[in-house]
Write a protein that binds this ligand. Structure first.
Ligand code: MN
Length: 496
């Protein structure tokens, strides 16, 4: 998808000329050492690149300009080893367009109790130097992440790594193109929204192609390529007997493979990072893309059903953020409920399109009728999903702003076989409990479509929403409805 190690975060240390050359040499050496340590840290997925100490307004402005212009730079980390009078930072920060992490650390972990003197005090000043810088960032109302802790501490590294992943997702959105085949599902509200505002706010564009444009590409796929992909299906999945070579519906598997290859070609040719379709507009298509959407997601493309372009973009960003982590991310829908007392849970699924990256074992490839769309039976991958910590994310358009909602959930290990359910499915218990979690989600206007993640945390999404400068609503183990409803009311004022 994207090699995260090809992306860079710049490590920029602020100081001033007041201290003389000797001190500045030490500042540079220490900064270099910290940057090198972060760069080598296993959990940090991108490169951390040391930049020379900035000591004047001109140097700060030039560093921020260079960061904006750099293709590889996805964000900057700042640290004030000494004191860097923050009026020097105004013009640089004013134009900075890359995400900002303020690392509030100190080169020396411990106070050298027996040796501490004024030289030590003059060099290790971040306790106050970083406050001066922090004031200016707050004064300029700039969103950033503040990470506090010794730079070799695991929790510090983890927090930086989370932000780096969010920055990679954010960077991926800038200039990204997503395609919708057909329009929004008729009359559906939450999947719709302001694509102009989204492009302004998020940096990605969403444009429509008639389904005929895609059908033309699908129809041009060669039989040889279809056969090669069928072989891959045979190797990767347990094929139901009807779909096997001699099976009664083997032709449907060929049709599905042709659709996948057509979609792949279309997205690659158009440089698209994701797509959405709708069962209401499938003119000229044999079946609704099922296995195709599932496998395209697993390959890293964004996807959501029914014209839901916001979730397409979200799924893509979360896949970029999560690269290299164990577990997967998928388009999801809260489908049906289990209201057994003290064992309430949600069954998440979709008509077909759940990403196979979250499957708990080799999926089975099946074909079943689909009640809507009026097309031939679609081929799909069917599987269960493991239990464990997970979350659901939704981005909605509130008219005057975008809101991101996150609900932390506990996925439930499947206990039942569900022999008649012909789609991939997940079971989870929303935090803090079913009643509060679902009510909070509905008060906050969260969509029925989400991106379900097994490997990102609410911290990733919180960092990401800061970069996008949008509202962030978290529903977790601490949520109570009284506070949540007030938060929503107060946010109405904030965003007015
Ligand atoms: Mn749906």
């Amino acid at each position: 998808m994207i090699d995260l190690k090809s992306q860079a975060v710049w490590f920029i240390t602020g100081s001033q000329h007041l201290y003389g050359e000797e001190t500045l040499k030490q500042v540079a050496a220490h900064s270099q050492e910290i940057a090198a340590y972060l760069n080598a840290a296993k959990e940090i997925p991108v490169q951390i690149i040391f930049k020379p100490t900035v000591k004047t307004p001109e140097e700060i402005l030039a560093a921020c300009k260079a960061a904006n212009d750099s293709q590889d730079c996805i964000g900057i980390i700042t640290w004030m080893h000494t004191f860097s009078p923050a009026k020097m930072w105004i013009n640089g920060l004013k134009i900075l367009q890359k995400p900002l992490l303020h690392l509030h650390t100190q080169f020396n972990r411990d106070i050298p109790w027996n040796d501490i003197d004024m030289d030590f005090m003059n060099l290790n000043q971040s306790a106050h130097g970083d406050r001066e810088f922090g004031f200016m960032v707050s004064r300029l109302r700039i969103e950033r992440k503040v990470v506090v802790g010794y730079w070799q501490d695991d929790l510090t590294l983890k927090s930086i790594a989370v932000w780096c992943r969010a920055a990679a997702g954010w960077n991926d959105w800038q200039g990204a193109k997503f395609v919708r085949f057909g329009d929004n599902m008729r009359y559906v509200a939450v999947t719709d929204g302001d694509k102009v505002e989204a492009e302004y706010k998020f940096g990605f564009s969403v444009n429509t192609h008639g389904i005929g444009d895609l059908v033309k590409v699908i129809n041009a796929i060669s039989d040889a390529d279809v056969d090669t992909l069928i072989k891959e299906y045979e190797d990767s999945y347990t094929l139901s007997s009807a779909l096997q070579k001699k099976g009664t519906q083997h032709q449907s598997l060929k049709d599905a493979a042709r659709i996948e290859l057509g979609l792949k070609t279309f997205l690659e040719d158009g440089n698209f990072k994701g797509f959405t379709d709708t069962f209401e507009d499938l003119h000229g298509m044999v079946q609704l893309p099922g296995i195709a959407a599932q496998r395209m997601m697993e390959a890293g493309y964004g996807f959501a059903g029914e014209g839901d372009w916001k979730t397409v973009a979200l799924v893509r960003a979360m896949k970029v953020m999560a690269q290299g982590l164990k577990g997967g991310n998928s388009f999801m829908e809260d489908y049906t409920y289990h209201f057994e007392p003290n064992n309430e849970m949600v069954l998440g699924a979709h008509m077909l399109e759940i990403c196979s990256s979250i499957a708990n074992k080799k999926p089975s490839c099946e074909i079943h009728p689909l009640g809507i769309g009026g097309k031939a039976d679609p081929v799909r991958l069917v599987f269960d999903v493991d239990g464990g910590a997970a979350l659901n994310v939704s981005v909605i358009d509130m008219g005057n702003r975008f809101r991101m909602l996150v609900n932390e959930v506990e996925a439930v290990k499947p206990k039942h076989k569900l022999p008649k359910l012909p789609v991939a499915r997940v079971l989870w218990k929303p935090m803090p409990d079913m009643k509060t979690g679902c009510a909070a989600w509905i008060y906050a206007g969260g969509a029925h479509h989400t991106c379900y993640s097994q490997n990102l945390t609410s911290e990733h999404l919180s960092d990401f929403s800061s970069m996008a400068n949008i509202e962030f609503v978290l529903i977790d183990k601490n949520t109570n409805l009284y506070n949540l409803k007030n938060e929503l009311r107060w946010s109405e004022v904030y965003y007015r």
